[in-house]
Design a protein around this ligand. Structure first.
Ligand code: PMP
Length: 432
């Protein structure tokens, strides 16, 4: 134990603290649903790393691609293409509706949203972008400007033209209108609010189908349908940011398959590379053509890198061969049921929500007042880790204290049972 702490302290001296304090666990190895320290202590990972290792840590097919990478082109001048990039563009567009036919491959979710935003601005001639309160689209200046979670304070103003509408947070209606089930009034009200702020230069609206950083708030099909109508009426292009929801997590390859709405832009990241840095932006040939004619530029050092694209090909192979989208639906329903049973037992669980294997558990002081219990949530999280379960908690003003549960799609039912029993124990330990 002393040795571990010593190692941790040494690291603390030389690292920038980019997200508050580091977790006191140094991961040496990772495999399947577990991460391990160098002493062999195993921790069940209920977050799939930073929600990226959707096929489990170090999936054998991903490792195989890694091993073969040295024999192939790894990195090229940005305008030079390679077989993995060409094949991945075909694989991706084959899986998508006809109108989503043009791709670009990058590394991070932030970049994928920057591309969508830049193209939307160029195509429409507008500059106003609407995002949801509580959303997360990245940490680069543009993506950050439409990221309405707590990460902006202290960094100066947003890019001009950034507008916000409330997320349909059923548990605490943002406009104090609905009690329980959302009737989408917040959408109508929110749109009227941004219309009043707009200078008539709308470009796009960006939305996660399930807002993760806001504490797992799902945009329901009827909401999305109306959202699309409202966007069309205003000439707003619709961007779906599926960083966390794609590649099977919500029970379909892409979450938007459950809606009758196809976005103008789809952005993918996190899950696309199965744990490696790969992102994509996909749009229509009409938008691509117009942007090309207007001189569209987006050059980053690792755009179209063959190395990263090859992981995307492996990801689709794993997803289809192991039927993981369907598995996520089944396992997600099972996990949600167990969480609802935990809610019956523990008064501090105010709400259980989410879809597929992207679930939220909200911790409150009291179910009637719904006052968030930030300290308890944090204590439970720490206790889980010491009992062998890695959990993530988001604590946002106005949004409560919520565990984000996003295990790999390859998790077994036994591992789900184990995780739930640890969470149960941790809540008991922290509330007695
Ligand atoms: N979009 C969503 C929905 C995300 O959750 C994130 C990352 N948390 C991003 C975009 C940004 O991705 P990255 O950190 O790879 O830039």
């Amino acid at each position: 134990q002393e040795l571990k702490l010593d190692e941790f302290k040494k690291a603390q001296n030389s690292l920038i603290r980019y997200c508050g304090e580091f977790t006191p666990f140094i991961a040496e190895k990772a495999s399947g649903s577990y991460i391990y320290d160098k002493h062999g202590q195993a921790v069940l990972d209920f977050t799939s790393g930073q929600m990226c290792s959707v096929f489990g840590h170090n999936h054998p097919k991903i490792v195989e691609v890694l091993k073969q990478a040295g024999d192939k082109a790894i990195h090229l001048l940005s305008a030079i293409l390679s077989p993995p990039v060409i094949e991945l563009s075909l694989e991706l567009t084959k899986a998508l509706p006809e109108s989503l036919s043009k791709c670009i491959f990058l590394n991070t979710g932030s970049e994928s949203n920057e591309v969508a935003i830049r193209m939307a601005k160029l195509y429409t001639g507008g500059h106003e972008i609407i995002g949801f309160s509580g959303s997360w689209h990245g940490m680069t200046a543009g993506a950050q400007s439409y990221t309405y979670s707590k990460t902006r304070k202290g960094y100066g103003p947003n890019i001009p033209g950034s507008l916000m509408i409330p997320a349909p947070y059923e548990y605490r209606c943002p406009i104090a209108h609905c009690k329980g089930s959302c009737d989408n009034t917040c959408l109508e009200v929110g749109m009227k609010m941004v219309d009043q702020q707009s200078v008539g230069a709308y470009a796009a609206l960006i939305a996660e189908p399930l807002l993760s950083a806001a504490g797992m708030i799902e945009l329901k099909p009827s909401y999305i349908k109306r959202l699309k109508e409202l966007c069309d009426e205003r000439g707003l292009l619709l961007i779906f940011d599926e960083a966390q929801t794609a590649l099977g997590r919500l029970g379909k390859t892409f979450a938007f398959e459950d809606y009758e709405v196809v976005p103008d832009f789809l952005t993918l990241s996190k899950t696309l590379g199965g744990g490696l840095p790969l992102a994509a932006t996909i749009t229509s040939s009409t938008i691509e053509e117009e942007c090309y004619n207007k001189g569209f530029v987006f050059i980053t050092s690792h755009v179209s890198d063959p190395f990263c694209a090859s992981f995307g090909l492996a990801s689709f192979q794993i997803l289809y061969e192991e039927n993981l989208a369907e598995a996520a639906g089944e396992k997600g329903a099972y996990l949600k049921q167990l969480l609802l049973e935990l809610q019956l037992k523990h008064e501090c669980i105010g709400d259980v929500r989410g879809k597929g294997l992207l679930l939220g558990v909200e911790i409150v002081k009291d179910r009637d007042t719904k006052i968030p219990d930030d300290n308890l949530g944090f204590d439970i999280c720490n206790r889980c880790l010491s009992l062998g379960l890695n959990m993530n908690i988001v604590r946002m003003k106005g949004y409560g204290s919520v565990f984000r549960i996003a295990p790999p799609l390859t998790i077994s039912f036994e591992e789900i049972d184990l995780g739930i029993s640890i969470l149960d124990q941790a809540i008991t330990d922290c509330t007695v």
